[in-house]
Design a protein around this ligand. Sequence first.
Ligand code: SF4
Length: 359
Amino acid sequence: MRFANSRLEPIWDKVRASERLSREDGLALFESDDLLGVGRMADHAKSRREGDRVYFVINRHITPTNVCVLSCAFCGFARKPGEAGAYEHTIEDMVAMVKDETREVHIVGGHHPDWPFEYYERMIQAIRAARPDVQIKALTAAEVDYFWRRWKIEPKEALSRLKAAGLQSMPGGGAEIFSPRLAKLLKYTGKADPERWCEIHGIAHALGIKTNATMLYGHVETLAERVDHLLRLREQQDASGGFVTFIPLAYQVAATKLVPRQTPPADSLKTIAVSRLLLDNFPHVEAYWVTLGEETTSVALHFGADDVNGTLEDERIQHLSGAQTPAGVAREQLFRMIRDAGKIPVERDALYNVVKIWP
Ligand code: SF4
């Protein structure tokens, strides 16, 4: 492989030899203007794992409430109690949202000031009882940490009880970007810090609960902060081993306007590629179509991504923050994103058991 930038050559040697990349390598990849060179390396790393397979799941989001005690500067989703647009779903509402075809529900919401931990426990029990065939992926590490802050329920107890209620895996949200500078600047010091976020994922992994991880990028973070975030996740995966998928989340500008415009597709493609290359111990890296758009998602399948998430019926968090994509797509649209890239759609469940390969 030839590169426009000679700094990439020793990195390519390491990638071919399956050697771990360093912090300096990560920075060199982000700083390189050879987007296609970085992408081809990531595609090599992805293809070595998964060939041409690209995963998706028939899923829906349930966001129990957007009422939240915090005011993260990048969040266009949260509302204060009584504010216009604030909502709270009942457990019956949420059970009724799960349709026949749904294979996975993804439950994430605001840090509600008054809902007790038992409300979440009952919510998961009720969905499990009504739809025992549906897998429940619920509650970020930030929400589990909030159960401790608000109700003094230790994460191990909270996760053990939620698992007994029917929780099978955890989403990767609430990580934002692991940087004390940004936590202060963007007003998210009130939620789990990087050590706590990783500690809670480690507890989940020890309990046999698989989890995902995210990174919010494309706002006022530096490239070094992105690399540090990825390396902290890699370190945690070495320690506890239960992460399944890494999902880079492009910041949506419309509601909170931390920067004048959304980060361009080239930056998202490079971020996906560098993630695939640095996170050598993560099974999957996702192109999240909700924040990328369908066209960029399709291209990202040549930049290291092997998953497009799913049909995502009723996605609210990114849409209330300004995402312009539809709030859910049909299976045929996912097929189009995957097949336009020349890849093979593989329908999965929440835990990556293959449901069907769609030739
Ligand atoms: S990002 Fe989460 S914790 Fe922060 S304000 Fe929004 S809903 Fe609340």
